[in-house]
Design a protein around this ligand. Structure first.
Ligand code: GDL
Length: 700
């Protein structure tokens, strides 16, 4: 076999080769037989040597693991196994019996052996037993027969391994397959220690690193797990897996795994995106990583960043991958592609010569006063670079994505400069223009991708690029509104937005309701001085809320020219005389305790009556609910308060209310500013409002 640089070396075993390639191990729609065959071709071309067949939602791999393959399925599997052989790729057949197997029942063991015997008859010589993502509690029969879950799994694995004649490649995936799952930790995990001790030495163990989706995999972490397992692990890498979030796709390079790991591992298999075609980058860059010279240049111990890996540069590997991938987009050798390519691409289009279709007919040529034919601009390497940067890696956005987020954040925080002449106005305008240009590049990339001849790649990418185009469109419209250039249709906060103005569906709504929403965004705001948490208000908070209310009232009195401050409808709520409506209270805490609150009454009428305020029915019809919020001066960051009020507004909306209003003392600039900046609150002028009081309302 002609193996790549990384393929022949390995875990100190000398002659045993380094397993490198792909595990089809994700949840969701498995790849087709054609796609897998295509994968083998690519693996061979790029010097990868292994494919692990483990599609979670393939019936007979996991849920119905006992069922033998039908004649038709057998034929397909046999063809696949021979295709792998043809391309020098080792086909490993994995089975996941852990959902319901009774380990202690000999019939179950016999069924498992029978199933693997059948696959062996198809020509397969390498196997794997997977025990990931299963219940760890054993059934009573197994509890009686085995001293632990690890003992049960190891017994059946050793038995099957021997039954199959101790194949050269046999992989075991433990239930605790990453450090985060080990109790109390890797070295003291009794589960892993049992596996290390009892599993026959010819069986290799899969490991995903510190976490299920590991950001970094360090040499030390591999040394630690290898010593417990008593063998070098095979990494099952979920760095490019996207089956856990339908809005994400990973087109960044293989990264944050130092190449010094190579001699310490038995192999690396990547479990990539569910969509087959966009995995070009994931697999191509892994292949580049595997080829990194075994003995790189001298490393400077001070250099810890992965870019300092002298043997492998993620950025260079990415450029190599994207350059090759670009060619694929022009490939029409598949059903559904245009037949006239490349003649219809702009550059090649000729005005004079009628073009020939595959059928040899002359194509339509518009006359002088007729519509010109639609011409597609060809996709460029820059487009693919941008695409990769927008869909980079699970813990990192690409450079352009980071810049766009930073710029939008800056434009938002300095929006006053857009409407009022300040020393920042010129800078604001030029940065707004730059942001708009970046958004435009995303739209242009979308257009060129949508016109690319290879429809297979496009269709796999389509939902993602559509989503990012809309997301960027919203941001662009928002910047225009800040400038005062927005069209009514651009307004994000209008009363009746189209559904694409509030994105994310039900799952998005759940996320926005959770207090931690946004905390883990990869783009971080300038470091916060404090860590805040928001939690629902409970009756025990009454005293603290009262205290904050009084303190802020005193501060207001100090500022106000007149000693008496006008009474607000919400004062009774803040002072604890009235309780907030059910689910309509939140408190903000920092390390020193409660530092803010947001409370609401879904029906404002009784509270208004208490302070003898008559609010007209027409106002109450649009804004039936009342909110109040207060923060101690030590809360200088507006972000947690914004999250708190948006959680409160969501709760009020869930109660069926159409709108809310708040009353503010006119000299309370901080709160007036806060509500104004939220964007959703507008000043309203109900009759009978005391002179120094301002009311603001928001529709829900
Ligand atoms: C997992 C699953 C895998 C899934 C991945 C990402 C392993 C060993 N098992 O835990 O099937 O695709 O997470 O969601 O990684």
């Amino acid at each position: 076999m002609s193996k790549a640089g990384g393929a022949e070396r390995g875990s100190g075993a000398g002659t045993r080769r380094f397993i490198s390639g792909v595990v089809e191990g994700f949840y969701g729609r498995p790849w087709t037989m054609e796609q897998r065959t295509e994968l083998f071709k690519r693996e061979q071309k790029w010097g990868l040597n292994t494919y692990l067949y483990a599609p979670k939602d393939d019936y007979k791999h996991r849920m119905y693991w006992r069922d033998l393959y039908s004649a038709e399925e057998a034929e397909q599997l046999m063809a696949l196994i021979s295709a792998a052989k043809e391309h020098d790729v080792e086909f490993i057949y994995a089975i996941s019996p852990g959902l319901d197997i009774t380990f202690s029942n000999p019939k179950e063991v016999a069924t498992l052996k029978r199933k693997l015997d059948q696959v062996r008859e198809f020509g397969c010589r390498s196997f794997s037993l997977l025990f990931d993502d299963i219940e760890t509690e054993m059934c009573p029969a197994d509890k009686q027969a085995f001293s632990s879950f690890a003992h049960a799994q190891v017994a059946i694995t050793n038995d099957v391994y021997q039954h199959l004649g101790e194949p050269e490649t046999f992989l075991f995936c433990p239930t605790d397959y990453c450090a985060a799952f080990c109790t109390p930790n890797v070295s003291q995990s009794s589960y892993l220690n049992t596996v290390g001790e009892k599993l026959l030495p010819g069986v290799d163990v899969l490991w995903t690193g510190p976490k299920v989706v590991s950001h970094h995999i360090s040499v030390e972490s591999i040394d630690e797990v290898s010593s417990v397992l008593r063998r070098a692990p095979v990494i099952w890498d979920n760095i490019h897996a996207n089956d856990y979030d339908p809005q994400r796709l990973f087109l960044g390079p293989y990264k944050d795994r130092p190449t010094e790991l190579i001699p310490k591992l038995k192999g690396v298999l990547t479990n990539p995106n569910c969509e087959f075609y966009p995995n070009f980058v994931a697999i191509h860059t892994l292949a580049t990583w595997c080829k990194a010279p075994a003995e790189g240049g001298q490393r400077d111990v001070e250099m810890s960043d992965e870019e300092q890996d002298l043997c492998y540069s993620p950025q260079k590997a990415l450029t190599l991958a994207l350059t090759d991938w670009l060619q694929e987009f022009f490939n029409t050798d598949h059903p559904g592609g245009p037949s006239r390519h490349p003649a219809r691409l702009k550059k090649e289009a000729s005005d004079e010569e009628p073009m020939q279709t595959d059928l040899g007919e002359a194509t339509y040529v518009p006359g002088p006063k007729e519509n010109p034919l639609y011409t597609a601009e060809p996709l460029t390497l820059e487009d693919l670079n941008l695409l990769s940067e927008l869909f980079y890696l699970p813990y990192e956005h690409g450079a352009t994505a980071r810049t766009m987020l930073q710029e939008l954040d800056w434009l938002k925080n300095h929006s006053r400069a857009a409407t009022v002449q300040t020393d920042k106005t010129a800078e604001w305008c030029s940065r707004a223009q730059r942001f708009d240009d970046m958004c435009d590049a995303v739209v242009q990339m979308f257009n060129r991708l949508s016109n690319a001849p290879n429809r297979n790649i496009l269709y796999d990418l389509y939902n993602y690029i559509c989503d990012i185009k809309s997301g960027v469109g919203l941001a662009r419209a928002y910047v225009k509104t800040l400038r005062g250039h927005g069209q009514p249709s651009d307004q994000l906060m209008n009363d009746d937005p189209e559904p694409w103005g509030f994105r994310g569906g039900l799952s998005g709504e759940f996320q926005r309701l959770l207090p931690g929403h946004g905390n883990r965004d990869l783009f971080r705001h300038p470091p916060m001085t404090a860590v805040y948490s928001i939690r629902p208000y409970c009756p025990e908070d009454k005293g603290e809320v009262q205290r904050i209310f009084r303190e802020m009232q005193r501060a207001g009195e100090g500022k106000a020219s007149a000693m008496t401050q006008p009474e607000l409808i919400s004062d009774g709520l803040s002072a604890g005389e009235t309780s907030p409506s059910s689910q309509c209270g939140f408190v903000l805490e920092d390390e020193n305790g409660v530092c803010g609150y947001a409370l609401a009454l879904t029906d404002a009428k009784p509270a208004a009556a208490k302070v003898q305020r008559v609010i007209s029915d027409s106002v109450l019809k649009d804004f039936p609910s009342l909110v109040t919020m207060q923060l101690l001066p030590r809360v200088t960051d507006p972000a947690p308060a914004k999250r708190m009020i948006s959680s409160l507004l969501s709760s009020i909306r869930s109660s069926g209310s159409r709108g809310v209003f708040c009353e503010l003392r006119q000299d309370d600039r901080r709160m007036v500013d806060f509500y104004t900046k939220l964007g959703s609150f507008k000043t309203i002028k109900p009759a009978g409002l005391p002179q120094d009081v301002l009311a603001m309302g928001a529709s829900l």
